[in-house]
Design a protein around this ligand. Structure first.
Ligand SMILES: *Cc1c(COP(=O)(O)O)cnc(C)c1O
Length: 408
């Protein structure tokens, strides 16, 4: 299988990483619907188990439908990044059944009882719950600071020497807050603490956290923009310590049983091929939607990285190629107007999740964050009238017309 280190462009990498020498001269990598793999002799089996001969053994451990996806996403995250000695950065990726499965491997392979993890306000709900429920019960403490102020990161590391991992989500759910990856990674390096970045909202097309030396892991829910079509769940953990990824992370991945499946991996692989094209359209539509909302009298606030009024504007200009396709906004009429807005939509899709081809609209106060006490969510900026939107690739005039009529 080819690696794409010589290819420069995102679409070339997405299309041609691992596109050669496929079985039966197949054009696309097939769906290998098989749980186990045969060996011709006992010796061959032993060598494969010992890692001395290449080849697959059992699909919880790996499957030829997963490999091209892992190689492609690793190549996209590494694209154009050089090591200190000038050689191209090499990464290893492990594909999982879902983002939550990849997150479990990340946290459980890096943290043990007595350790602490440092993270920030306003995170994906599932991440928040793994930290505060699963890790909490496993004896791992979560410390939350506002990482928009990197000085607070240094103070926390100073105060809690048991912090082993800093977990960042940028841009973050649902207020599109941004964190300065370079600043946090530099502080983490000083203290010898590992850093993981949830890059789900940005994708490697818009943001490459491994550009910053202190970043050890990148995480994606591939369910979102990487798949791009809303056809399959998936998650991926990418690391630059190849030894750690091949030993401990691989071990935990296999033992926790969060393996992907051949069909979902195939769907993800097809989605990856149009990442650049899709993101360009998603982002240009989002910029126009944000501009429309920002001047609308019914809208009191728009959270979008492309607007100078947003807290993430300066940081996103510095670390992202475009401001992204995710935004949220606040209606003057609060909760009743938020619900009414959603009910009145004709074309845009009412659903949680994000990163699908069509525009998805959700209302955190009555949906994803319904279970969060009001005071708690207000602290995270998740107000009663907040609407979250994953801007799709429909024609912009239709998107804006639908929003305009629903705001009337
Ligand atoms: C969806 C999502 C996850 C969780 O991924 P699943 O694929 O739903 O398990 C984690 N982080 C972010 C930012 C997400 O949007």
């Amino acid at each position: 299988m080819s690696t794409s280190s010589t290819l420069k462009g995102v679409s070339s990498i997405a299309l041609h990483t691992a596109s050669q020498s496929l079985p039966e001269h197949a054009h696309l990598n097939p769906i290998f619907a098989t749980s186990t793999f045969t060996f011709d002799t006992a010796d061959e089996g032993m060598q494969r188990f010992a890692g001395e001969a290449p080849g697959y053994i059992y699909s919880r451990w790996g499957n030829p439908s997963f490999t091209p996806v892992e190689l492609t996403i690793a190549a996209l995250e590494a694209q154009g990044i050089l090591n200190d000695n000038g050689t191209p950065l090499e990464l290893k990726a492990l594909l999982h059944a879902s983002g939550q499965a990849a997150m479990s491997t990340l946290f459980l392979s890096n943290l043990q009882s007595g350790d602490a993890v440092l993270s920030h306000y306003s995170l994906y709900g599932g991440t928040h719950e793994i930290l505060h429920k699963v890790l909490h019960d496993a004896g791992v403490t979560t410390i939350i600071v506002d990482m928009q102020q990197p000085a607070l990161v240094a103070a926390a590391l100073e105060q809690h020497p048991n912090i082993k991992l800093i977990h960042i989500e940028t841009p973050a759910n649902p207020t599109i807050q941004c964190i300065d990856i370079a600043a946090v990674a530099a502080i983490a390096q000083q203290y010898g603490v590992k850093v993981s970045v949830d890059n789900t909202f940005a994708t490697p097309y818009l943001q490459q956290p491994f550009k910053y030396k202190g970043v050890d892991f990148v995480f994606h829910s591939t369910t979102k923009f990487l798949n791009g079509h809303g056809t399959a769940m998936g998650g991926i953990l990418i690391g630059k310590d190849l030894d750690f990824m091949a030993t401990k992370a691989t071990k935990w991945h296999r033992l926790l049983g969060g393996n992907s499946n051949p069909f979902d991996a195939f769907l993800l692989h097809q989605g990856l091929k149009t990442l650049e094209l899709r993101m360009e359209r998603h982002c240009s539509n989002a910029e126009q939607v944000a501009a429309f909302l920002a001047q609308h009298p019914q809208v009191v606030q728009v959270n979008y990285n492309g607007l100078p009024s947003h807290s993430g504007y300066a940081i996103s200009q510095q670390q992202m190629k475009h401001p992204g396709a995710m935004l949220s906004f606040e209606l003057a009429g609060g909760l009743p107007q938020g619900k009414q807005f959603i009910d009145k939509l004709r074309m845009l899709t009412k659903a949680v999740s994000l990163g699908t081809l069509d525009t998805l609209v959700s209302h955190p106060a009555s949906m994803t964050h319904y279970g969060v006490p009001r005071e708690e969510r207000l602290k995270y900026g998740i107000t009663d009238g907040l609407i979250r939107m994953s801007v799709g690739i429909e024609n912009i005039e239709d998107i804006i017309a639908d929003i305009a009529q629903a705001l009337k």
